[in-house]
Write a protein that binds this ligand. Structure first.
Ligand code: SF4
Length: 396
């Protein structure tokens, strides 16, 4: 079942032939008003006193880029970037502007909490060249929002979508399913309500119970319960049916868009192209190696401002490992993988790496294969997380 969030899929390492100056960048803003009970992202809650220090550290980190980057996509995520407010977003734009330049027609996304979005804030986004607003709505049902420990209301979501659309932004709405106590009927109502908002993009995520979160601890104590697997599957199938019925094409396991509104930034990850990343927990990828910054905001700031390296993990894969990852991220997309394109990009034959797995998926109805293109079927999407071990673990 789909899990995690928009940029959650582990990106692949590409071959040297794909190496290039990145045309995409991610900036992580690690501030939230409060930490939702299920959230394990890199952030601090209720520590606005650190915002100034964050800007200083971000400016310092950007200084490692020798020349300004010309970007086709920029994604400012978090945390809650909109928590910076109008003045903070102006400041952020000023910090970024020397090193991150938006190309003509670039896509620039800001993640926002619906309760932060005002016409004034949207105007500041437009001034800064942003073209997309990604709203952490999760639900329009008061009971589900309360169950998810969210601090905004359904009316906040409605107002935020309206403000974004009126300003001419592409609006994306995150929807959470399998929330504690959520029924299939509640999901159905949420989907109807989300479609009625008129946004161009929807991301659907299943609640995950991450170690170390308050929800995980309540689960252990028996104070919260996970949704049954069958119910979770029904909810996801319902989401596909309703959103596609409402004119949004499912173009990736978790993502749905009206024509022309796919998230181009995430397509960079799924295409395994290079990207830059700044801020705590942000990853960058140069075509060979993926380096992830330390995920503690305080440690990241301290390291940068004291002249130390803020990097945490460094992930270097062999070309074969990279090709196997390319299969996984490629098959998460509804367009699937085309054998010739895969071979050209990875240097490996799809069948040499995953021929056995593909054959068995086709036999079980999980994939279709016309000899050129391999795609997961609806049935395959439902069990996709269980399929990847056969690709990642299989010997050449
Ligand atoms: S608002 Fe988003 S990033 Fe912040 S704590 Fe809640 S889920 Fe996490």
């Amino acid at each position: 079942m789909p899990a995690g969030r928009l940029a959650g899929a582990r990106p692949a390492i590409v071959n040297a032939m794909d190496s290039a100056v990145p045309r995409a960048a991610y900036v992580h803003v690690p501030f939230c008003r409060h930490r939702c009970g299920y959230c394990d992202f890199s952030l601090v809650a209720g520590r606005d006193d650190l915002i100034e220090r964050y800007f200083q550290a971000l400016g310092r980190e950007l200084a490692r880029v020798p020349e300004p980057l010309c970007l086709d996509t920029l994604f400012v995520g978090g945390g809650t970037p909109s928590h910076l407010g109008v003045a903070g977003l102006r400041r952020l734009a000023a910090v970024l502007q020397d090193k991150l330049i938006l190309a003509a027609g670039a896509e620039a996304t800001l993640e926002a909490n619906p309760s932060d979005v005002t016409p004034e804030l949207v105007e500041v986004l437009r001034e800064g060249g942003f073209s997309r607003l990604s709203l952490g709505a999760q639900s329009l049902a008061p009971a589900t929002l309360a169950a998810l420990d969210r601090n905004h209301t359904p009316d906040d979501v409605r107002r935020a979508v309206e403000a974004g659309l009126q300003a001419g932004l592409t609006v994306s709405v995150d929807v959470m399913i399998a929330a504690p106590g959520q029924s299939l009927a509640a999901v159905e109502q949420d989907l109807e309500d989300v479609l009625a908002l008129g946004g161009q993009h929807v991301s659907v995520y299943c609640l995950t119970w991450e170690k170390g979160t308050r929800f995980a601890s309540l689960l252990r104590q028996g104070l919260l319960q996970e949704a049954e697997e069958d119910l979770e599957r029904e909810m996801y199938e319902l989401a596909i049916e309703r959103l596609e019925g409402g004119g949004l094409e499912q173009y990736e396991v978790s993502n749905f868009a009206r024509p022309g509104h796919r998230c181009r930034h995430n397509e960079t990850y799924w295409d395994c192209r290079p990207w830059e990343g700044f801020g705590p927990g942000a990853a960058r990828f140069d075509g060979r190696t993926r380096i992830t910054n330390h995920r503690s905001p305080v440690t990241w700031m301290h390291r940068i401002l004291s002249g130390a390296d803020p990097s945490g993990e460094c992930d270097q894969m062999t070309p074969e490992e990279a090709a196997r990852e390319r299969i996984v991220v490629g098959l998460r997309r509804r367009d699937g993988l085309v054998r010739g394109e895969f071979a050209a990009a990875s240097g490996f034959s799809l069948d040499a790496l995953a021929g056995g797995a593909i054959l068995s998926w086709v036999e079980q109805g999980f994939a279709s294969d016309d000899g050129q293109r391999v795609r997961l079927t609806r049935r395959g999407l439902l069990v996709s997380d269980g399929l990847w071990a056969a690709v990642l673990g299989q010997g050449a």
